[in-house]
Ligand binder design. Structure first.
Ligand code: CAO
Length: 415
C-alpha cells in the first residue's frame, strides 16, 4: 500500500528530542528519512539514559524509528561535499542545532538555495527572533518560557513543568505541520522555503487558553472557575489552577478506593452541566438537583470545593475503573488516572498501534509509542531505529558514489 509521503526525501539533521520526533512522524507517513550523524559519536541520545551497556538507549530508539543513518563529518571539506550532494537530492532539510550552527558549518539559507532552490529548510529553535534568539534551549526551558510552568501546579506551590514533552515533541509536531504545508505550497510555486518552529511559540500555542484567561483577569479581576474563587486571591497574572478543568465545565482529580497506597488511584471528574441531575443521583445528593444554591452552573461556582468533597466521598468507595464504569452509564465525563505501567499493558492501545513492540538487533524487544495520527490510506509500520552509520554505504551508493570513492572518503574521515 502506498504512503502519504512516498517519494519525499528528508535530510534529517536533527538530534535529541524535538527534531527527531518531527522526522519520525514524516518517516511514519512514508518519507525516506536520512539521518545525518557525526561519525563515531552520533546523536547524543544514543548514549544517554542507557539501560543496557553499549546499546542504543531507549531515548534514541523511541525517537528515530523508520529512519536510515549515515555518518558524515560536515566540518571535513570532503564531508561537506557529500552533504552538498545530499542537499541536491533531498526535498527537506530538518535541523535543530543551536542557533547559527548550520551557518557556521557553511550551509546558510542562501547557500542551500543555490544548491537546491526547491529545498525546504525546517528548523526548531528555542526562541524566535528577539532577545533570546541565540539561546540554547531544552524542554523545560521552553515550558517555562512559553507560559506552561507559570500556569501549572497549585496556588501555594512553585511553578511546575509537565511530564508531557510539549516543548520538544510538541514543537516537533508543529514543525512537521509546517513542513507538509511547505511541501504542498511547493507543488504550486516550485520553490522551497524556510520553516521555523520556535519552542517558546509552540508551548504558548498549546497554552492559548491561558492567554485568554490573562485578558479575562485583566478585565474583571477574577475568574470564577478557578480554585482561587471565591476564597483565594487573584494577582496580576493568571494563577496556577491546580487540577481545575480549563473550560466552563468544572472538574477536579478525586481520590478513589486504594488511594492510600496507590499513587494513581484517582479519577478526573467533570461536573458537566447537562448531567448535573445524574451526578446528584449517583452520589446520593438528589436534593442538590433542585436546591437553588446548587441547581445552576453559576450557583455552583462558589461551592465547587464542597461539591467535589462530596463527590469524592463517593469515588473513594469505588476503584477508578468501577467509578468509570458507573459514571459512563450516565454519560458523566470522567477519566481514570492511568499509570505508565497500566498504559503499557493496555491491550486496546496495542491493537490500534499506538503502543508497539519493536525488535532491535542489539537491544531485543522493547515497547514504543507508535504513530498517534492514523491515516486510512497510509498505514504506519513502525520499524526499528538505525544503528549508527548503518546505511552510509547504501545511501552513498544511491547518491552515485562508487565503492572506491566511498572507501576513499572513509579513509579521509569524511564519512
Ligand atoms: N559533523 C560535524 N559537526 C557536527 C555534525 C556533524 N555531522 N553534527 C553536528 N555538528 C556540530 C555542529 O556544527 C555544532 O558545532 P558548532 O558549535 O561549532 O557550530 C556542534 O556539533 C553542536 O551542535 P549544538 O550546539 O546544536 O549541540 P549542543 O549539544 O551544544 O546543544 C541543544 C544542544 C539542543 C541545546 C541545541 O542544539 C539547541 O538549542 N537546539 C535548538 C533547540 C532544540 O531543538 N532544543 C531541543 C533539544 S531536546 O530537549
Amino acid at each position: 500500500m502506498s504512503k502519504a509521503l512516498d517519494g519525499v526525501r528528508i535530510l534529517d539533521f536533527t538530534h535529541v528530542q524535538s527534531g527527531p520526533t518531527c522526522t519520525q512522524l514524516l518517516a511514519w507517513f512514508g518519507a525516506d528519512v536520512i539521518k545525518v550523524e557525526r561519525a563515531g559519536a552520533g546523536d547524543i541520545t544514543r548514549e544517554q539514559l542507557r539501560d543496557i551497556p553499549d546499546v542504543d538507549s531507549l531515548y534514541f530508539t523511541m525517537l528515530n524509528h523508520n529512519k536510515r543513518s549515515i555518518t558524515i563529518d560536515t566540518k571535513n571539506p570532503e564531508g561537506k561535499q557529500v552533504l552538498e550532494t545530499l542537499i541536491q537530492k533531498c526535498d527537506v532539510l530538518v535541523e535543530n542545532f543551536a542557533p547559527g550552527a548550520l551557518d557556521r558549518m557553511g550551509f546558510t539559507w542562501e547557500r542551500i538555495q543555490e544548491l537546491n532552490p526547491r529545498m525546504i529548510v525546517a528548523s526548531v529553535k528555542g526562541f524566535g527572533p528577539g532577545p533570546y534568539e541565540d539561546c540554547k534551549v531544552y524542554e523545560n526551558v521552553a515550558q517555562c518560557a512559553g507560559g506552561a510552568a507559570s500556569t501549572t501546579g497549585f496556588d501555594d506551590g512553585p511553578p511546575v513543568v509537565s511530564g508531557a514533552q510539549i516543548g520538544d515533541s510538541g514543537t516537533g509536531l508543529h514543525l512537521a505541520l509546517g513542513i507538509v504545508t511547505a511541501l504542498y505550497q511547493r507543488t504550486q510555486t516550485g520553490r522551497g522555503q524556510k520553516v521555523l518552529a520556535a519552542m517558546q511559540d509552540g508551548v504558548l500555542n498549546l497554552c492559548r487558553v491561558k492567554l485568554r484567561d490573562q485578558q479575562r483577569l485583566d478585565r474583571t479581576g477574577t475568574m470564577k472557575e478557578y480554585p482561587q474563587y471565591p476564597n483565594g486571591k487573584f494577582g496580576e497574572a493568571v494563577p496556577r489552577a491546580g487540577n481545575a478543568s480549563g473550560g466552563g465545565q468544572p472538574g477536579w482529580i478525586l481520590k478513589c478506593k486504594g488511594w492510600e497506597t496507590d499513587p494513581n488511584a484517582y479519577i478526573y471528574f467533570i461536573t458537566q452541566a447537562p448531567v448535573w441531575a445524574k451526578i446528584c443521583n449517583v452520589i446520593g445528593k438528589e436534593e442538590w438537583a433542585t436546591d437553588p444554591d446548587y441547581a445552576t452552573p453559576a450557583a455552583r461556582l462558589p461551592h465547587l470545593k464542597d461539591i467535589f468533597a462530596e463527590i469524592e466521598r463517593w469515588t473513594m468507595t469505588k476503584t477508578k475503573f468501577e467509578a468509570m464504569q458507573i459514571l459512563n452509564k450516565y454519560d458523566i465525563p470522567c477519566g481514570p488516572i492511568l499509570s505508565m505501567k497500566e498504559i503499557a499493558e493496555e491491550p486496546s492501545l496495542r491493537k490500534t498501534g499506538t503502543i508497539v513492540e519493536v525488535d532491535h538487533p542489539t537491544r531485543g524487544k522493547y515497547l514504543t509509542v507508535g504513530n498517534p495520527i492514523k491515516l486510512s490510506d497510509s498505514p504506519t509500520e513502525v520499524t526499528r531505529s538505525p544503528l549508527l552509520g548503518e546505511h552510509t554505504d547504501e545511501v552513498m551508493t544511491e547518491l552515485g558514489y562508487s565503492p572506491e570513492q566511498i572507501s576513499a572518503l572513509r579513509t579521509a574521515g569524511a564519512i
